[in-house]
Design a protein around this ligand. Structure first.
Ligand code: PRP
Ligand code: MG
Length: 179
């Protein structure tokens, strides 16, 4: 697995420090609110698991499964809902927790869909932002790191369902996906 990594972009230490910073800010911003963390599986699960433990406020969690990348390195542009949320969103202050904002198609679709369900508020927290590839006009309210236009893996992020369990974020060697 490690042989397929061209370089480490963000180390475990850098990730944990940033997650703690985001958690402290979210704790402040959501005092007295009805915080519901909505997480998009599968990529964001590692980030959520770390982030939720740094939030010192009551917080509910719920999950959605969508897929647009399949086994490739480019978004298909078609966002498929595989599993919807269980919790009613009325009156909730929703924070969508995502691992990466890339073309923006996934989050744009999800945000629009959740807004129709009358939440009290809705914001986005993305660990990674890759603005060079954006196809829709969308920004996250909380961003961990802005990264260059490279396909990244690890800390939840996959290529063809692999590498999610790497503890850091790395760049894949192009030969791994171009053969
Ligand atoms: O901004 P976009 O270009 O839409 O890309 C971002 C989305 O793509 C990845 O999900 P993927 O469809 O690969 O599913 P996964 O989380 O199960 O890997 C990632 O986890 C984001 O949800
Ligand atoms: Mg993926």
């Amino acid at each position: 697995m490690k042989d397929d990594v061209k370089k480490v972009l963000l180390s475990e230490e850098e990730l944990h420090a940033k997650v703690a910073e985001l958690g402290a800010q979210i704790t402040k911003d959501y005092e007295g609110k009805n915080l519901l963390l909505v997480t998009v599986l599968k990529g964001a699960v590692v980030f959520l698991a770390d982030l939720m433990r740094t939030i010192d406020q009551p917080a509910e969690i719920d999950f959605m499964v969508v897929s647009s990348y399949g086994s490739g390195v480019k978004s298909s542009g078609v966002v498929k809902i595989v599993k919807d949320l269980d919790i009613n969103l009325e009156g909730k202050d929703i924070l969508i927790v995502e691992d990466i904002l890339d073309s923006g198609m996934t989050l744009d679709y999800i945000k629009g869909m959740l807004l129709d369900r009358n939440p009290a508020s809705i914001r986005i927290c993305a660990l990674l932002d890759k603005p060079a590839r954006r196809k829709v006009d969308l920004q996250a309210d909380y961003v961990g790191f802005t990264i260059p236009d490279e396909f990244v893996i690890g800390y939840g992020l996959d290529y063809d369902e692999k590498y999610r369990n790497l503890p850091y974020i790395g760049v894949l060697k192009p030969e791994v996906y171009s053969v």
